[in-house]
Write a protein that binds this ligand. Structure first.
Ligand SMILES: O=c1ccn([C@@H]2O[C@H](COP(=O)(O)OP(=O)(O)O)[C@@H](O)[C@H]2O)c(=O)[nH]1
Ligand SMILES: O=C(O)[C@@H](COP(=O)(O)O)O[C@H]1O[C@H](CO)[C@@H](O)[C@H](O)[C@H]1O
Length: 363
């Protein structure tokens, strides 16, 4: 138990120290002032066993563990000209040209309207346009589409996904996520977690980020998939997996992709195939509340789709898929507010392995 982290009289903490001794990663079974709340035994034992810190995983050690296997990094990027270049350069400097842990850095240009593709290429990434991958397929928009196309356009035995809008990215995001995968065959998929500041006009709230996580994803996952309650950042945009696992699950094409992954991998491989790594702090470009409203709708649709698919909630009527939002009308046009409709339905690409097998049969 690390002094300073536990106040006298607080409940005994379960083991949660990372092997680097970096203090208690996650305190388990906190109490409120009236009764002892208990997280489930599964989550209570999973947390210390499957939580580690990026500093626990040294790239030089991982290079030895990697052996002859290969690693691809996929960065989905829509209008990220201001940040994608530094992310690519950092990965190349430390983990391609430095310790060759990474074999491929691909930026998926997701219909950017800015110089994302040029900036990424100049930084040393391979760049593909989202719609140019498997072009015979009907075009689809969204982050999950960019990720699925990135998986299809790479070859690494392990695939690491990193958002392209990060401001303080360091290469131990990548080495940290690879740590459990390269050293433990029973781990299939690793999520990052971090402190998430939210910076706005009023200043910075050190833990204010992850608004959809805290207001939508975490409550719903705790209600319907309590096995996943131990994930500190279930919507983290940085994660990694074995190719065969990633090619074996569908990708929701919009922002439902992360929550869809977690549920599908839990169902297919069990909680112990999942792990999480503390990556420190994550600062990224924040979207508007309206945009997060649409993201929330997509995540809820995905979650309700999985509830039906896995028989956890049978509803008499499926949820409607149109989200009506309201914005100020154009000034001077006498319109006070406009209703804006967005289709937030759960559309997805099939498991890539199935798609490729069917394509070969047809060929
Ligand atoms: O249609 C999309 C939407 C998002 N993104 C990328 O996915 C990452 C996460 O998206 P965003 O920043 O919009 O989500 P947030 O982090 O705000 O939840 C970023 O690199 C985006 O550029 C993308 O490639 N295509
Ligand atoms: O976690 C969240 O609540 C959202 C929004 O984060 P902020 O409130 O803008 O810090 O960000 C995440 O959610 C998306 C949907 O899963 C992911 O695609 C993003 O990568 C992740 O940043």
């Amino acid at each position: 138990m690390v002094a300073g982290l536990v106040k006298p009289g607080e409940p005994t903490l379960d083991r949660g120290r990372s092997s680097s001794g970096k203090g208690i990663l996650v305190r388990i079974n906190g109490t409120n002032d009236k009764a002892e709340l208990k997280v489930s035994a599964d989550v209570g034992s999973w947390l210390p066993r499957r939580s580690s810190h990026a500093a626990d995983w040294r790239p030089a050690d991982l290079l030895a563990a990697k052996g002859g296997r290969t690693v691809s990094v996929v960065i989905p990027a829509r209008d990220e000209e201001h940040t994608v270049g530094d992310i690519v350069r950092t990965i190349r400097r430390d983990l391609v040209d430095g310790i060759p842990l990474v074999d491929e850095v691909l930026v998926v240009d997701s219909r950017s309207q800015d110089a994302t593709a040029r900036v990424a290429a100049e930084a040393g990434a391979t760049v593909v346009a989202q719609d140019s991958v498997l072009p015979a397929l009907p075009r689809m928009a969204g982050k999950g589409e960019a990720l699925w196309k990135g998986l299809a356009a790479t070859t690494g035995d392990f695939v690491v996904f990193v958002d392209g809008d990060l401001y303080d990215f360091t290469s131990d995001y990548v080495s940290g996520l690879l740590g459990p995968l390269l050293t433990d065959e029973s781990v299939a998929y690793v999520k990052g977690f971090y402190h998430r500041p939210l910076t706005g006009a009023g200043g910075t709230d050190a833990e204010g980020g992850g608004r959809v996580t805290e207001l939508v994803a975490r409550p719903l996952l705790n209600m319907y998939w309590p096995e996943l309650a131990g994930f500190v950042q279930p919507l983290a945009g940085e994660y990694a997996g074995r190719r065969e696992v990633l090619e074996g699950i569908p990708f929701v094409v919009n922002y439902g992709v992360e929550v869809g992954h977690l549920i599908d991998i839990l169902q297919a491989h069990g909680l112990d195939a999942l792990a999480q790594v503390d990556l420190g702090k994550r600062t990224h470009r924040h979207q508007s509340t309206q945009a997060l409203g649409r993201m929330s709708g997509q995540i809820m649709q995905t979650l309700f789709d999985r509830l039906g698919q896995y028989g956890r909630l049978i509803t008499a009527q499926p949820p409607a898929t149109l989200l009506a939002q309201f914005r100020r009308g154009e000034s001077g046009h006498g319109v006070e507010r406009e209703m804006v409709l967005t289709d937030v339905s759960c559309r997805q690409r099939p498991p890539l392995a199935e798609f490729l097998a069917e394509s070969r049969e047809i060929a």
